[in-house]
Design a binder for this molecule. Structure first.
Ligand code: ZN
Length: 113
């Protein structure tokens, strides 16, 4: 496999989906918020979006990358919401058996509200 060590090829859509999902989780309660389900949601949403690869030198951090285009943000959010529904309807694991501790912690903080 070809090794490129000082630069990375990344997918900009991945960052946008990650941020949209984070925003979605702020306003909505989803069936399961374990790492596996979040990853499943990311993958599903990304499959609905064109990949937008860019090159970054190693260690470079994008601080603000939210799309300026409002229509695109709305579209992104609906794609994320759809992915959430799909994963919620058919999670990769049994919901009675949470696979991470994080899920339990989040449930507790939600019921504490
Ligand atoms: Zn889960």
């Amino acid at each position: 496999m070809l090794q490129i060590t000082d630069h990375q090829v990344k997918n900009y859509s991945e960052i946008l989906v990650n941020q949209a999902l984070e925003e979605y989780l702020r306003d909505n309660v989803i069936v399961c918020t374990c790492q596996r389900c979040l990853a499943d949601i990311m993958a599903l949403a990304l499959n609905c979006l064109p990949a937008r690869y860019y090159v970054t030198s190693l260690g470079e951090v994008i601080i603000k990358s939210q799309s300026e285009d409002l229509a695109e943000q709305v579209r992104l959010m609906s794609i994320v919401a759809h992915a959430v529904q799909q994963v919620g309807a058919k999670p990769s694991h049994e919901l009675s058996k949470p696979i991470t501790e994080t899920e339990e912690v989040k449930k507790q903080s939600q019921s504490a509200r």
